[in-house]
Design a protein around this ligand. Structure first.
Ligand SMILES: [Zn+2]
Length: 288
């Protein structure tokens, strides 16, 4: 299956770099607060939207860390801006950049113009007051982090490289809680919990042992869906092998070094200079 091949490829990228950086048999050390546990990072995309208020409520009540990748255009209306303000005031939520336009839904055309993608991210940061350079591409699972890169879809590669050259750390996702066309979550909290544990045990993550979960704000518009999110979080909180972790603590090994030209670069890319296992983690500068 296509998904399995991608997961395996991502694992190869992650494990190869981790071995290079951490030495034989050692996992990543910098910034990792608990080496015996799996780390899960909750993220939502596309807010503020209907559903953000329920996400805000569950995160506030459970007190777990979450990163919201937000879209500036959605904050134009006062109702949605209020939801964004609630995120800002939530001490457990960090805001990160998901572009201003979200590609207007025309991804293929969007990624043909990397300079425009960069400007779209810069505009989002300016309008929303995002001081950090932590982002996620609209509609594309691309990573630029820790001197490594991964693109599930090659069409986004040039844009992702350009953003990285301008200091952005890009997070894709290891697992998505998918949804129906109308936005309802597919699969219960129990099903998602099993998938998360299975993927962590297999090591099929950009960084083995660290799973970034993608969700979308609009999935949680209904009360039932909101309660599923709460159940998922509580089940992960109660799992002694898992720690719900702040994306700020994701193991990043140093500044991204990209070659002057990305032409001909391979998918698996280790750091090229100045990075060793003793290099301290750069603190991620999130906006909040
Ligand atoms: Zn999105």
């Amino acid at each position: 299956m296509k998904h399995d091949r991608r997961a395996t490829l991502k694992w190869l990228v992650g494990s190869g770099a981790a071995l290079f950086l951490g030495g034989c048999g050692k996992g990543p050390e910098p910034g990792e607060p608990s080496r015996r546990r799996y780390q899960v990072y909750l993220t939502t995309d596309d807010g503020p939207l209907r559903g953000s208020e329920n996400v805000d409520r569950v995160i506030r009540e459970t007190g777990v860390p979450m990163t919201a990748f937000v879209v500036g255009r959605h904050a134009q209306s006062s109702a949605y801006r209020a939801r964004l303000d609630a995120y800002r005031k939530n001490p457990h939520i960090r805001l990160a950049n998901h572009s201003y336009t979200h590609a207007d839904g025309r991804y293929a055309d969007y990624y043909r113009h990397p300079q425009h993608v960069l400007e779209d991210f810069e505009m989002n940061a300016r309008i929303l007051g995002l001081s950090g350079k932590v982002g996620r591409l609209p509609g594309r699972d691309s990573w630029r982090l820790g001197g490594r890169r991964y693109d599930a879809d090659r069409s986004a590669r040039a844009a992702a490289d350009l953003l990285a050259q301008h200091g952005y750390r890009l997070y894709g996702w290891d697992l998505e809680w998918t949804h129906t066309h109308s936005g309802a979550p597919i699969g219960t909290a129990e099903v998602l919990g099993r998938k998360i544990r299975h993927q962590l045990e297999k090591g099929h993550c950009y960084t083995p042992g660290h799973l970034v979960l993608l969700m979308h704000d609009q999935m949680f518009r209904g009360r039932g869906a909101m309660e599923e999110l709460r159940r998922l979080i509580q089940s992960l909180q109660n799992d002694p092998a898992i720690e719900l972790q702040d994306l700020e603590n994701y193991p990043v090994f140093g500044p991204i070094r990209l070659p002057a030209s990305s032409k001909g670069t391979k998918l698996i890319k280790g750091p090229t200079t100045g990075v060793s296992e003793t290099t301290p983690v750069d603190p991620l500068k999130f906006a909040h």
